[in-house]
Ligand binder design. Structure first.
Ligand SMILES: *[C@@H]1O[C@H](CO)[C@@H](O)[C@H](O)[C@H]1NC(C)=O
Length: 213
């Protein structure tokens, strides 16, 4: 009864355990520039400490959301979901499109009353087999996409009280309340900001948003 893509997302999560430093720099090999022969093999961390001979362009130096989304073990289930939804993965990889990613912690996703790709309406219409077969897999995929898009705020920096529609079309904003940061209207607490990079931020949430029971 588990849809196929779930297996794929578990594989993705396993891949996420590879350290970020294993990422490969884009090629910018120029045979004529003999000063830095093995530049393309430098680990990405070194790209942030430019040497005087070869100042990297901003595009080469910038770390973006797609680089860091899987870095926190506490949110790697949600990170795996973002990689399975190609429109979202593409956005996180776009250096000129800023996003605030509201990533529910693994504990929050595990505590949900049902899986993010399950919709009670599907069970009501189709029974226990709602997510079996190819069409079931498609159905689960679009439910998961809606879940992930409801956690993507297409602005960063995102100011307090600024009402923004998520990629799923739901309006959200945030406020500080008694020393805590909460995302409204669901009043879901922000645990902390996990990453702050060139095209946005990853915030870890203590719960999931827009999750109609
Ligand atoms: C995108 O985020 C960066 C880093 O915070 C910021 O400098 C830049 O102004 C943002 N761009 C837009 C269009 O908000």
């Amino acid at each position: 009864m588990r849809p196929y893509f779930l297996a794929a997302s578990l594989v993705t999560s396993a891949v996420l355990l590879v350290p970020a430093s294993a990422q490969i720099l884009p090629f910018f090999t120029k045979p004529s520039t003999a000063r830095q022969p093995s530049l393309e093999q430098r680990p990405i961390m070194n790209a942030n400490t430019p040497s005087p001979q070869t100042p990297p362009s901003p595009a080469q130096a910038a770390v973006i959301l797609s680089d860091v989304i899987g870095n926190s073990r506490q949110t790697n289930i949600f990170a795996g979901f973002t990689r399975d939804i190609s429109s979202v993965a593409t956005r996180l990889d776009a250096s000129l499109l800023n996003t605030t990613v509201l990533a529910p912690a693994n504990t929050a996703i595990s505590a949900l009353p049902r899986k993010p790709w399950e919709d009670p309406k599907d069970y009501a219409e189709m029974g226990a087999a709602a997510y079996e077969g190819l069409s079931g897999s498609d159905r689960a995929g679009s439910n998961l996409r809606r879940f992930v898009e409801a956690h993507m705020v297409p602005v960063s920096p995102w100011g307090e009280g600024e009402k923004v529609k998520t990629l799923a079309g739901t309006e959200v904003w945030w406020e500080s309340r008694g020393g805590k940061t909460v995302v409204l209207p669901g009043e879901v607490e922000v645990e902390r900001v996990v990453s702050r990079v060139a095209n946005g931020e990853v915030w870890m949430l203590k719960g999931a948003l827009n999750y109609a029971a």
